[in-house]
Design a protein around this ligand. Structure first.
Ligand code: ATP
Length: 388
């Protein structure tokens, strides 16, 4: 097991804003962040991400709880004595200094010799692939200014680098490029990155692990795959990617699955995180649109290799698997979006699902028409039983 770099134990932060009214910005957070990890704090605006980061940096004190760096309490250590650096969204560069001077400044303040500071600053600028050493910040693009801010944070070789929405001000294309560059850079330097973002795609792309936050609480911590494939709450399922939600009642369990009654005629199975739920409990089922498969009730089913089967035979084969849910429905909306087609299908007593079907063959071979009857099926484990 890797060493823990940063640990938060029962951390609470309250702000007193309007007289007596107290706002709990961070509500009893526990986190363990490992050495060399790219860790993302993800959540909507105002959920407490920045406050958490500011407490780790030392710009803010917790109201209660403990923050440990490599096993040592840091509550009484001022920010500049913590081996932690922060990169802010607004870069915070000195406008009157050149790129090189901006990067050297912190080292010189610490008493480094000029030649030594210069050599280390150039190394850091090479790492962020910036060569315009003599320019002033205003002569640089947003992406270049961000690189200076990064070089300035990395030059001191901190144990932990905190990044608060560092790509927020960049346009989409540059943002994507910088995401991959930051990941490569982090691997090169091996420093722990704690990265704040409200952009779920950015967190999924970049992070080794993600903590999803809402209203000051950490709802789930896991790898991008765990967060996406097995969300434990409706909020997490909804915040990350597109999800279908169906309401139902739990009517029993089978192995790791719950048996869920959706309406008078529709009963399905879905993977369950919470084995202790009782029967008749109202539950929500979450299913990702790309996990849903469709094939026409009439005619033939075509496979990516060009071969085909009669739909009725294919249905018999699918239904042989006890862990598959299969219901019949009707296409009510079709939306071609290039890589895949997005369908809305209705089934049962007014239930509906969004399905995304990859356009692997010619469009004419894979497309369904509005009003067409289709079989809808998915793996029980690809749908999750959630409590809220
Ligand atoms: P964003 O993505 O918009 O930056 P965030 O998740 O980083 O949001 P925080 O900035 O941590 O959220 O804010 C959490 C809550 O605490 C918000 O309701 C915010 O208004 C409040 N808050 C933050 N700093 C202070 C402060 N110094 N005084 C009073 N309230 C504050």
């Amino acid at each position: 097991m890797a060493q823990i770099d940063i640990e938060l134990r029962n951390v609470i932060k309250e702000f007193t804003s309007h007289g007596e009214m107290r706002l709990r910005a961070v509500d009893n957070i526990q986190l363990e962040i490992y050495q060399g990890e790219f860790f993302a704090l993800l959540g909507p605006s105002g959920c407490g991400k920045t406050t958490t980061l500011r407490m780790i940096a030392g710009f803010e004190d917790p109201t209660s709880g403990e923050i440990l760096l490599r096993g040592n309490q840091v509550q009484n250590v001022p920010p500049f004595h913590r081996p932690i650096n922060t990169v802010f969204q607004d870069y915070a560069l000195f406008p009157h200094m050149s790129v090189l001077q901006n990067v050297m400044f912190g080292l010189e303040m610490e008493g480094a010799r000029k030649a030594d500071a210069r050599r280390r600053a150039i190394e850091a600028l090479e790492l962020v692939r910036l060569t315009q050493y003599d320019r002033k910040p205003r002569q640089l693009s947003g992406g270049q200014q961000q690189r200076v801010a990064l070089a300035r944070a990395l030059v001191k070789k901190p144990a932990v680098l905190l990044l608060d929405e560092p790509l927020g001000a960049l346009d989409l294309k540059l943002r994507k490029e910088m995401q991959y560059e930051l990941m490569t850079m982090q691997e090169q330097v091996g420093i722990t990155f704690i990265y704040v973002t409200h952009d779920q795609e950015e967190a999924l792309t970049m992070a080794d692990r993600i903590a999803v936050m809402d209203k000051g609480k950490v709802l789930q911590v896991g790898t991008p795959e765990e967060i996406y494939e097995t969300p434990t709450t409706r909020f997490v399922a909804d915040f990350i990617g597109e999800t279908n939600f169906l309401q139902g009642t739990l009517s029993g369990t089978e192995g790791n699955c719950g048996i869920v009654k959706l309406d008078g005629s529709t009963i399905i199975k879905a993977g369950m995180n919470e084995p202790s739920l009782s029967d008749d409990q109202p539950v929500t089922i979450a299913i990702r649109p790309e996990k849903i498969n469709l094939f026409a009730v009439e005619g033939r089913v075509r496979y990516p290799d060009g071969s085909s089967d009669r739909a009725s035979e294919y249905k018999t084969a699918v239904m042989r698997d006890p862990d598959i849910n299969l219901v019949e429905g009707t296409i009510t909306s079709t939306n071609y979006i290039g890589t895949d087609t997005r369908y809305v299908v209705t089934f049962g007593e007014g239930l509906h699902l969004v399905a995304r079907v990859q356009n692997y063959g010619l469009r004419s071979e894979t497309v369904f028409q509005n009003g067409q009857r289709v079989n809808i099926f998915w793996d029980a484990d690809h749908s999750r039983v959630l409590l809220e």
